[in-house]
Design a protein around this ligand. Structure first.
Ligand SMILES: Cc1cc2nc3c(=O)[nH]c(=O)nc-3n(C[C@H](O)[C@H](O)[C@H](O)COP(=O)(O)OP(=O)(O)OC[C@H]3O[C@@H](n4cnc5c(N)ncnc54)[C@H](O)[C@@H]3O)c2cc1C
Length: 89
């Protein structure tokens, strides 16, 4: 278990979670940034847990605009936000 040091008191509960769940990293927020962080952690063979207050992953893409086409993702001339989340999962 790795204790997270220097935490703001508001986030001290993270150490409790680290003690209950054996993991290398806890990522808060399952938006595209968090999902990409999970991917990178996997490349480094680190175990991680992803926490989000919403019922589904994807952050703003799933919650606000799943049917909106996005044009600025490298490798995709156009992709719906919901499809991008599916790919990241
Ligand atoms: C209408 C609209 C259209 C957009 N169109 C584009 C576009 O075409 N192209 C583009 O590149 N960008 C676009 N964006 C911006 C893009 O959506 C954001 O840049 C992107 O979602 C940021 O990703 P993120 O993972 O950092 O954060 P978010 O998507 O905001 O995800 C953060 C996640 O963290 C969770 N969270 C936050 N705090 C906590 C907490 N304390 N505990 C638990 N969970 C927590 C939230 O529930 C959320 O799921 C658009 C944004 C909007 C609103």
């Amino acid at each position: 278990m790795r204790l997270v040091t220097g935490l703001h008191p508001q986030f001290l509960w993270l150490n409790y979670i680290c003690a209950v769940i054996s993991t290398d990293i806890i990522i808060i927020g399952a938006g595209p940034t968090g999902l990409f962080a999970v991917f990178e952690a996997g490349l480094l063979k680190m175990r991680c847990h992803l926490i989000d207050s919403l019922a589904q992953a994807g952050g703003q893409l799933s919650e606000i605009y799943p049917k909106k086409p996005i044009y600025d993702i490298p490798g995709f001339p156009s992709i719906l936000a919901g499809e991008l989340v599916d790919n990241l999962m």
